[in-house]
Write a protein that binds this ligand. Structure first.
Ligand SMILES: Cc1ncc(COP(=O)(O)O)c(C=O)c1O
Length: 431
């Protein structure tokens, strides 16, 4: 398999775009450079077609947004109608409130909604609401990722250029570590404005974990914010809060909402959301009311329900997860490979093994999967276009590759077999 055109574009891109791309998780350092595709020409359903004429089954689905499949004809038609009608106007369009009404019907915590373009935008908006409402400053996080804005990124190793003083106001915790969360709340509740978390990150929540956080935040005047960028419309049409039956005060959405069109939503209780009616509590975006994306979201939500998409995604995800478990057993990989998460969004957990780093192991797996037509990224976002034939083909590829992996680790040859520059970056997300 050749990647000449990808490499040619990459070399030129490095001169004009820092890192070669504007989206961190599409960063070529997350791929085996020279042995995996770096640029895609087009996509349809669950298939990617790269600039060298190779094709792959995809499971990233553009980092999550593609829930129906790439280039869904009905969604595209709705979006094109929005474009032909002028796209974005001097004042808003009726579709903005139509979509807000729809979200209020399906999301338990949603009594009012505001739209924007990125996940980072709506996370920032939710934090602002919480701080203004409680008149407190500190924010608790529970693993995960909440975008590139200062308030959050200061707590990560990627915080150059962010005033260090902001680190005083953020209190990071690990997912599923209720003891640490309880301790922080009991010591600092007078200073904590919000607890923001992804309700599910990779792992499933421990029994009672989300319920206890809800209890503690309610008792201590802490605004509970669910970042449902990934779980929204994926675990359930009403998000993880509906599926797991724990209702936050605010929730933020993007990704699955509009099948890839740029749109995010901040939804929540009226007493919080209404603060935006005071012009001095500010949240705004020039393109927030852009109609191609509003139309795409309305159509996506319609299809999700009409075609029972989420049930189908659970079913396919379940077949895939069970299949991967079998392969892990068959090749005796337990010590360094696991698959976790709810079926519509499962993750491989891999660790260093026998002197090889996790990135070397991932590089080998990615390279060999790519050769066989599966773009391995370490996780699966199941979309409606993933059908049994794609899952079966993927499992066959995983079976072959995992067998080769075990052999190459056992005989110590793994490093020598990597055919490009190994993966050198880590995901922005933490567990
Ligand atoms: C859970 C979560 N929150 C926030 C964001 C930030 O969204 P965006 O990249 O659209 O700003 C992401 C993006 O990956 C995310 O996964």
């Amino acid at each position: 398999m050749k990647f000449d055109r990808s490499m040619e574009i990459y070399k030129k891109a490095l001169d004009v775009i820092p890192m070669g791309t504007s989206t961190f998780s599409k960063n070529p350092n997350l791929f085996v450079i020279g042995a995996s595709p770096l640029y895609i020409q087009s996509a349809k359903g669950c298939m990617l077609y790269d600039v060298d004429g190779n094709e792959f089954i995809d499971y990233s689905m553009a980092l999550g947004p593609i829930i129906l499949g790439y280039a869904n004809a009905e969604v595209n038609k709705a979006a094109k109608k929005g474009i032909d009608e002028g796209l974005v106007y001097t004042v808003s369009s009726p579709e903005e409130s139509m979509l807000a009404e729809r979200l209020i019907e399906i999301i338990p915590c949603a009594e009012m909604v505001r739209f924007c373009k990125n996940g980072s935008d709506v996370c920032e908006g939710a934090i602002r609401l919480a701080r203004n409402y409680t008149q407190k400053l500190k924010i608790m996080t529970v693993g995960g990722y909440h975008g590139f804005h200062d308030w959050f990124i200061v707590s990560t190793p990627r915080n150059k250029g962010v005033p260090k003083v902001m680190a005083e106001w953020i209190l990071p915790h690990d997912y599923n570590d209720i003891d640490a969360i309880e301790k922080t709340i009991s010591a600092q509740s007078n200073e904590i404005a919000a607890l923001i978390m992804e309700p599910v990150i990779n792992y499933e929540p421990k029994p009672g974990f989300l319920e206890r956080i809800r209890e503690l935040t309610e008792k201590n005047n802490i605004v509970l914010i669910y970042d449902e960028m990934k779980t929204g419309f994926r675990l359930h049409i009403g998000g993880a809060q509906k599926y797991l039956n724990v209702v936050p005060d605010l929730a933020v959405y993007a990704k699955g909402l509009s099948n890839g069109f740029p749109l995010s939503a901040l939804a929540g209780k009226k007493h919080l959301m209404k603060q935006f009616e005071d012009e001095s509590c500010f949240f705004s975006g020039s393109y927030a009311t852009e109609k191609a994306s509003l139309n795409a979201a309305l159509k996506t939500l319609e299809i999700l329900e009409r075609d029972k998409v989420i049930e189908q995604n659970w079913k396919m995800g379940d077949i895939l997860k069970r299949g991967v478990r079998k392969i892990i057993n068959k090749h005796n990989l337990h010590e360094f490979v696991n698959i976790v998460g709810f079926p519509p969004m499962t993750h491989f957990v891999m660790v260093d093994y026998k002197g090889f780093t996790v990135n070397e192991i991932r590089s080998f797996v990615q390279q060999e999967c790519v050769k066989r037509g599966v773009l391995f990224v370490g996780y699966h976002h199941i979309c409606f276009a993933h059908r049994k034939k794609h899952i079966d083909r993927t499992l066959k590829v995983y079976d072959e590759v995992m067998s080769m992996l075990k052999q190459s680790l056992d005989d110590g040859s793994l490093r020598d077999k990597i055919e490009g520059k190994p993966i050198s970056a880590f995901s922005v997300r933490s567990n």
